[in-house]
Ligand binder design. Structure first.
Ligand SMILES: Nc1ncnc2c1ncn2[C@@H]1O[C@H](COP(=O)(O)OP(=O)(O)O)[C@@H](O)[C@H]1O
Ligand SMILES: [Mg+2]
Length: 349
């Protein structure tokens, strides 16, 4: 029996990922608990082939059939052409009626930080003012005005992740350990924009939201996971450095899901039409909900968050996909329940 033909084809869910590991294992286990099979497949290896199968797509591991659904766990970086094709496969699956979790359109909206800022602003979700400007002279004029008003902006790579490549520009206050020889009396100095060529010819800028912090109490931001429209878990990411990604050395600390935080994160996920989302927020006493949304991640990792919450995030993702996107009747609570798709019935452990 080949891998393609093994098992019940109606119960196979594609886990799109460029690397297998903890997350894909959790998703496969969660699917298996409900009587479904998760098969990992790299979008790089999927292809369009209009002669090969009735669908015009080849998804390795699925033979001539299509997955019941797809969960997007990772898309490897590549050229504009390669990324367009990889997202194109996800778009094509949607066109063929295969639910993709998160949909390619939602992933595109969140990967583009300027579109995220625009959609959050449009939906009235508290988020720092932001700009995306190609014209270097315009960007410099904007920065001059912001600097004159004593404001600091964050320059970010538009497709950035894991806190890489962020820098402060404008009026930047001196930081712990920094040597501001040419600094002003308030410990700040004017930091100009770098050559825009070094950031893809685009200035994506967001107003910096300063955090109270001290040696004894380093600052933090929040990561909130929203699944199926509901905020399910939160953590603080604590670090003396202002870029508080776990990948940059921040410490994950359990955090209650404060009502304002949950409300903001849910509104942010809804504004980008996400099935699930990892929402980054920074505390802001001036905002009615006590925070502002910095970023919305459409392909969010949850290993750090899972370490500080008992809530099973992988299972919640799978159950939301099954229940809400596939109409599989699941009882609240999980184990030992009957999951039915078409004529197939499985009792999960
Ligand atoms: N405007 C801002 N104000 C305050 N802190 C910020 C701001 N933008 C980013 N940060 C800090 O940097 C981190 C990374 O920024 P983010 O926009 O989430 O980019 P990435 O995609 O790299 O995670 C945030 O989680 C936050 O700690
Ligand atoms: Mg982030």
């Amino acid at each position: 029996m080949t891998r393609e033909s093994g098992g019940d084809a109606r119960r196979r869910v594609a886990i799109f990922t460029d690397e297998t590991g903890w997350h894909t294992r959790k998703l496969r286990e969660a699917l298996a608990r409900r009587g479904f099979e998760g098969r990992c497949v790299d979008l790089e290896h999927c292809r369009f082939d209009t002669g090969a199968s009735p669908s015009g797509l080849v998804i390795p591991g699925f033979g001539r059939t299509l997955p019941l659904a797809g969960i997007v766990r990772g898309i490897a970086g590549g050229s504009l052409e390669q990324i367009t094709k990889r997202l194109g496969i996800l778009h094509a699956l949607r066109e063929l009626g295969v639910p993709i979790y998160n949909d390619a359109r939602a992933i595109e909206r969140s990967v583009d930080k300027s579109m995220t800022s625009f959609l959050l602003h449009k939906a009235g979700v508290a988020t720092p003012q932001a700009w995306a400007i190609e014209d270097e002279a315009q960007a410099r004029r904007l920065l001059m005005r912001e600097t004159a008003a004593g404001r600091c902006l964050v320059l970010k790579p538009m497709f950035g992740s894991q806190g890489k490549g962020l820098r402060k520009v404008g009026w930047v206050k001196g930081e712990e350990g920094s040597d501001w020889e040419d600094g002003d009396a308030d410990g700040g100095r004017a930091v100009p924009l770098p050559d825009l060529k070094s950031v893809g010819g685009l200035a994506y800028l967001q107003r910096f939201v300063p955090q109270p912090e001290s040696d004894a109490a380093p600052g933090f931001d929040w990561r909130v996971m929203v699944i199926g429209g509901r905020a399910v878990a939160a953590m603080k990411r604590v670090s003396p450095h202002w870029v508080r990604n776990v990948a940059q050395g921040a410490r994950s600390v359990a955090s209650p899901l404060l009502p304002g935080l949950a409300q903001l994160a849910e509104a942010a996920a809804a504004a980008l039409d996400m099935d699930y989302a990892g929402v980054d927020l920074v505390p802001d006493p001036a905002s009615p909900q006590g925070a502002q949304v910095i970023e919305v991640n459409g392909v969010a990792a949850w290993r750090g968050l899972q370490k500080v919450t008992p809530f099973d995030i992988g299972q919640a993702i799978v159950d939301d996909l099954l229940r809400r996107r596939l109409g599989v009747p699941l009882l609240a609570g999980g184990a030992g329940q009957v999951c039915q798709i078409g004529s197939g019935v499985t009792r999960s452990a």
